[in-house]
Design a protein around this ligand. Structure first.
Ligand code: BMA
Length: 821
């Protein structure tokens, strides 16, 4: 029986899909099945309580069956966990109200990964994609009194291997990760976080579990499953409209009326509609009153992030049957690929609300091997750290997970633009019907879940798979190449791209990263050289060349990945290691390094400019070595990022107009060496402090060309500035400058990078006491008439290891821990 409540009646609020608060006046009943379940392994030798949402590893640790999986070599010691099959079981009692509902769904927001679900001993359904939400209609299987719900999970390693074995017609490389990663094979055969089988910065913990919520949803007539909305701007009419999509699950055909309104914009529209049985999607468009002034959402550093409340009310006859509210943010995004004056190729930059914006930021990887351990505080700290370092963009990289709703909500609020990859990375993928089918479901679900977020400015099909094919990472015989290219196009273009564009017309889609974009498309989606500097985005890594030499960096249109490794600090490593691990040559030190020759590369790069630690005390030598890798990394990424930022306004030999610098990588998944600027646990590496400067809105950059010192003023501000460069020449021996030089006041147009100072180094030093390249260094800043604009920067005239006059400072630091009552 349907209980109708009049508009003036009571309302019950509950959380609905992150941004939405729903009150269903039609009495949808929800039974939360999260909490303590029972977990057992395949032979029954282990039986323990397990928290849901959660995973097997977390449960085993919480119950004391294993110690910290991140401790020392435990990733290898605990390999057995993911080689076993596990079963989650819970019991629940049915309430009388629930059993009379017309439809009852058993909903899993996420099963990791290969599961079979049974209720009271009867099979309900199967799962094989961690990125899908599943619901099963279970009304007929429920009984009065106690019900038993069980989810059996297959070992993801064995499943992936079985899938690989069954795929006999041709290989789908790579078979296994490089040995140095100590990982598992064939992860491309399972729709699961690809880095969970190991990566070059992460351990192999192929998780299994119910990693998101589980519940029963019971209702009569219909229920609103999901609401999404995207704002679209019509240039011709200078009018905004909001496309609202409702996913409705109806028991039977129902007629109704729908009212959409954004009261603050004085806009409301009512639609007559009907709902067909089953799950259906309906679209409605609300036109925004042109007399209302719409406030726009802007990226961090370019304006505010205002939103409006959209109310959606469904009526049957004159009765309100559902009502929900969501946030709508207004902004437009365009990816501009058009001819560039003085250069072959095409531009590649983002225009937000009509304004070209330089993307400053980094790449985001999974925050933890065990997603159930990612708390709201951890997410908030990381995203706030990005903003604190003056970033405006993050790329959610395609080897991890589609992040949880809260991640995108915070990005919306902080003005962080998100480059959202689909979860395919560094591999070829199967294209059998079953595989494509589950990917299609995944894509539709994720786009529907996420498209309301203004922070997401682009969808991107995969990480590096175009490059892998084009530059033949996997030694595919020439005769078979067409087949792999066909599969590539089938997966990312014919399926993913097509689906995404059907679901969302409000943001661009790029097939891969790196890619030549429009040019790749011209070349049949796999360009001959996806790293072409005249097109699209580029990933660039070089560990051997001297990173202080900006000439080694590619002057790309958009740098979406580049970076250098460093070690986390001792305070981060200490809790997961013991004394015998604390040397650079220890087994532990090489075990945690998952990138071939990584430890040696860091030392070689550091040795180019710094004395390597040589303390006699082994612990001091170790901690000094960790530290010097961070200094090296900070200085390397600074040099490269400065090069990209100063290349925004110029074309040199056909290259330039760089409009993005996203270094690899923001965060860490465990305590190990990596490219991150923030350590596992949230501590900033030296690089992150450097980033705070080198991403500042107004910033001076120095470099040398033919022994001439050049300083650029970089400004992301819209307004023009008048600035001078002030250069302080310091001797390595003194704290006061030996001399100070000023440029004349120059116009620095809004959003540009221009040279404001030029002088041969020899003449600069000749005019400054007894300074030589070895005895002096420079700091410099920008000033307007009244004050300094932006941070102070530094420029070394020689490597610090060759500096003359440097003395030990004898600085002592004391740390006080204060407690607040
Ligand atoms: C890029 C990324 C990751 C990797 C990183 C460092 O290729 O896409 O796959 O972790 O380089 O090697």
């Amino acid at each position: 029986m349907l209980l109708h409540v009049r508009l003036s009646g009571w309302a019950c609020w509950c959380l609905f899909s992150g941004v939405f608060s729903v009150f269903s006046l039609q009495q949808r009943l929800t039974v939360n099945l999260n909490g303590k379940w029972r977990l057992s392994n395949s032979n029954g030798s282990l039986l323990l309580p397990a928290q849901v949402p959660g995973c097997v590893h977390s449960a085993l640790q919480q119950q004391g069956y294993i110690t910290d999986p991140y401790f020392r070599f435990n990733d290898v010691s605990y390999r057995w966990i993911a080689l076993d099959n596990w079963t989650y079981t819970t019991t629940f009692t049915l309430s009388a109200e629930l059993s009379v509902k017309q439809k009852v769904l058993l909903v899993f927001d996420g099963v990791d990964t290969v599961g079979s679900v049974s209720l009271n001993g009867i099979a309900v359904g199967k799962t094989n994609n961690m990125f899908c939400r599943h619901d099963f209609s279970v009304k007929d299987l429920l009984k009065d009194g106690e019900n038993v719900l069980q989810v059996g999970l297959l070992s993801p390693i064995l499943y992936a291997s079985e899938q690989r074995k069954a795929h006999t017609s041709y290989a789908v490389p790579p078979e296994c990760p490089p040995g140095v990663q100590k990982g598992e094979c064939h992860v491309n055969f399972i729709r699961k976080e690809q880095s969970s089988f190991s990566w070059d910065w992460g351990p192999s913990f192929p998780t299994m579990g119910l990693w998101k919520g589980v519940r029963l949803e019971a209702f009569d007539i219909l229920q609103l499953v999901q609401v999404s909305s995207v704002p679209l701007y019509n240039d011709a009419f200078s009018q905004w409209r909001v496309q609202v999509e409702l996913l409705i699950d109806a028991v039977q055909t129902a007629r109704g009326q729908l009212t959409l309104s954004i009261p603050e914009l004085d806009s409301e529209q009512t639609f007559q509609t009907h709902f067909n049985p089953g799950k259906t999607k309906s679209n409605f468009t609300i036109l925004i009153n042109t007399a209302s002034q719409v406030k726009l959402w802007w990226p961090n550093g370019h304006g505010e992030q205002p939103y409006y409340r959209l109310t959606i009310r469904g009526f049957q006859d004159e009765f309100l049957i559902f009502s929900t509210e969501s946030k709508v943010y207004f902004r437009t995004v365009e990816l501009i690929q058009e001819p560039v004056v003085g250069s072959p190729g095409l531009s590649f930059y983002f225009r937000i609300n009509g304004k070209p914006i330089f993307l400053k930021g980094s790449n985001w990887i999974p925050v933890h091997s065990f997603q159930d351990q990612v708390t709201p505080d951890v997410l908030k700290n990381l995203l706030q750290s990005a903003v604190d370092a003056n970033m405006n963009a993050l790329r959610v990289w395609g080897g991890g997970v589609y992040e949880q709703d809260l991640f995108y909500e915070i990005c919306d609020e902080l003005g962080i633009m998100v480059w959202q990859d689909f979860m395919f990375a560094c591999a070829m993928y199967p294209t059998e019907t079953d595989f494509i089918q589950t990917v299609r479901e995944e894509v539709v679900q994720q786009v529907q879940r996420l498209k309301s977020h203004p922070s997401i400015i682009i969808w991107s099909g995969n990480n590096e798979n175009e490059a892998a094919l084009a530059t033949d990472w996997f030694d595919i015989p020439a005769s078979q190449r067409p087949k792999y290219i066909r599969d590539y196009v089938m997966l990312y273009v014919d399926n993913i791209k097509k689906l995404v564009q059907e679901e969302d017309q409000s943001r661009p889609f790029l097939v891969s990263s790196p890619t030549n974009g429009a040019e790749s498309e011209q070349e049949g989606w796999v360009a001959e050289n996806p790293y072409d500097l005249h097109y699209g985005d580029v990933h660039f890594y070089s560990y051997i060349l001297d990173c202080w030499d900006w000439r080694t960096f590619p002057r790309t249109r958009f740098a979406s990945e580049y970076g250098f490794q460093s070690w986390p600090s001792f305070s981060t490593l200490q809790p997961v290691s013991i004394k015998e691990d604390w040397s650079y040559g220890s087994n532990f030190t090489s075990h945690r390094q998952h990138h071939e020759d990584g430890n040696q590369q860091m030392i070689l790069q550091a040795a180019l400019h710094f004395h390597l630690p040589n303390a006699t005390d082994p612990l001091k030598r170790f901690t000094d070595t960790l530290y010097i890798t961070q200094v090296m990394q900070a200085q390397c990424v600074k040099t490269q990022t400065e090069f990209y930022r100063r290349s925004r306004s110029e074309i040199i030999e056909g290259k330039g107009h760089t409009m993005g610098a996203l270094y690899w990588q923001l965060n860490d998944i465990w305590q190990a060496p990596s490219w991150s600027s923030i350590e596992f646990g949230g501590k900033w590496k030296m690089l992150h402090y450097f980033a705070q400067s080198f991403f500042a809105a107004v910033f001076p950059v120095a470099f040398e060309e033919d022994d001439t010192l050049v300083i650029y003023a970089i400004s992301d501000l819209s307004r023009d500035l008048k600035l001078r460069a002030v250069v302080n020449v310091f001797s390595w021996t003194e704290l006061d400058p030996v001399c100070t030089l000023n440029s004349s006041m120059l116009l620095v147009p809004g959003v540009s990078a221009v040279a404001v100072f030029k002088q041969p180094v020899a003449s600069l030093l000749a005019g400054c006491g007894n300074c030589t390249r070895l005895t002096c260094l420079l700091t410099f800043q920008l000033e307007d008439d009244s004050s300094q604009q932006g941070p102070t920067n530094h420029h070394f005239l020689c490597s610090p290891k060759d500096a003359q006059g440097l003395r030990r400072p004898n600085i002592t630091v004391e740390t006080f821990h204060s407690t607040y009552m």
